[in-house]
Each structure stands twice: as C-alpha cells, then as structure tokens.
Write a protein of this length. Structure first.
Length: 215
C-alpha cells in the first residue's frame, strides 16, 4: 500500500502524484491519497474510471478526504468500487475538466497569454502554470508549442513555468517564440528556452497541425 499526501496541492497535482504512486506498485496494490477538497476527489474518481481501477472515498474531517484506489485487484470489491467510480465520474461532469484529456500525436499547443482563461488575473497565472506542468506529465507530449503575444513572457527570465518548459524541450518538444513579440515586450535578451521564430513559421505550424490546443 502506498500513501500519497496531496493536501494543499492544486489541480492537477493530486492526480499526477497518484498516477506516479500507481506506477510504483508494480502492477497491483492499493494507493491511498489524501486531498482537501471534493473536486480533487472527483478528479481522482474520474481517473479510476478511465483506467478501470476500483475506488472508494471517505471524508475524514472538514477539508480532509481519503481516496483509495484498488489497482489490479480482481475481486468483487474491486468490481463494485469500479462501478462506484463510474457513477462518481458521471456526476462530476464539467467540474473535472482539469483532468488530462486523451493523448494525440501531431499536436500543437498555442500559448498566447501568460494566464489561462478570463476573470481573475492571478488565478489565470496559477492555471497556466498548472497546465504547463500537467503537459510534462502526459504520456504523449505535444509535437510543438507556439508562444506569441503575452505568452512569450513565459519563455523568459523569472517565468514561473521556465523549468517545466525546459523539461519539455529536453524531451523533444519543439518550442517556438514569436520574435516580434519578444522585441515588443523588450524581452529578446531574456529568452531562456526555445527558439525565436516568425509569423510565417507559426502559420505554417498551425496549418500543418493534426490537432491544435489553445488553453
């Protein structure tokens, strides 16, 4: 049995920590994950449904939940908990949208801002950091990442996502940054990852892409 402490971790870190723990089981066993919110519980239940694991959850106290996953346990308990996880996943609906989706080849990820979504700017920056970190944990990495306008800032000094982007580049992900954008923001000399590109090359990558993701 492996115990995972994900108290205080934001999405998608509880899922990623649990996934890594499951990989360490060697094929079968039990993983118990502690989280501090119901959305994390629902995200873990959805992962169990996708992978065919048994899952149970329990509220231990206010702001503390334990999610138990049964991996490779071929008995009635595992079957019943897998059915429970499927029901939980259906109830989660759109609330679990931060779960990693399907893996696709020839994928281009487009980052046009240093924040994700509209609303609170600080929350948007946290979400973008979480999204790029989640990319590093995917089984199938994107082929190319394009950064332009405000997104170019994420590739420069003092970027909170810099280490994750360097990790992606080291694993073969092509990272291209709009040179005009770097020049506009006065960041040309502060670039730390990827290669300076131009709008023709960016347009070419987009038109030839099998799939385009724009968070």
């Amino acid at each position: 049995m492996i115990q995972v402490n994900a108290i205080g971790d934001t999405c998608p870190i509880p899922v990623i920590k649990t996934k890594k723990a499951i990989e360490g089981l060697g094929g079968s066993g039990v993983v118990k994950t502690l989280v501090d919110n119901e959305i994390a519980v629902q995200n873990l239940a959805k992962m169990a449904k996708q992978k065919g694991y048994g899952v149970q959850s329990e509220k231990l106290s206010e702001g503390k939940y334990e999610v138990t996953m049964l991996v490779g346990v071929a008995d009635d308990a595992a079957e019943s908990t897998t059915q429970e996880s499927a029901a939980t996943g259906e109830e989660c609906g759109e609330q679990t949208s931060c779960m990693p989706d399907g893996r696709r080849k020839d994928t281009v990820v487009v980052i046009s801002s240093d924040r994700m979504g509209e609303g609170d700017d600080e929350l948007g920056k946290v979400l973008m950091k979480g999204f790029i970190y989640a990319l590093t944990e995917q089984e199938q990495l994107p082929q190319t990442m394009l950064f332009y306008n405000g997104g170019a800032k994420l590739t420069c000094e003092e970027s909170p996502t810099l280490e994750d982007l360097k990790s992606l580049e080291a694993q073969g992900v092509e990272i291209l940054i709009c040179g005009t954008c770097l020049n506009y923001y006065g960041l040309t000399e502060r670039l730390q990852v990827g290669s300076v590109s131009n709008m023709y090359a960016i347009a070419e990558k987009l038109t030839q892409a099998g799939h385009i993701i724009k968070p």
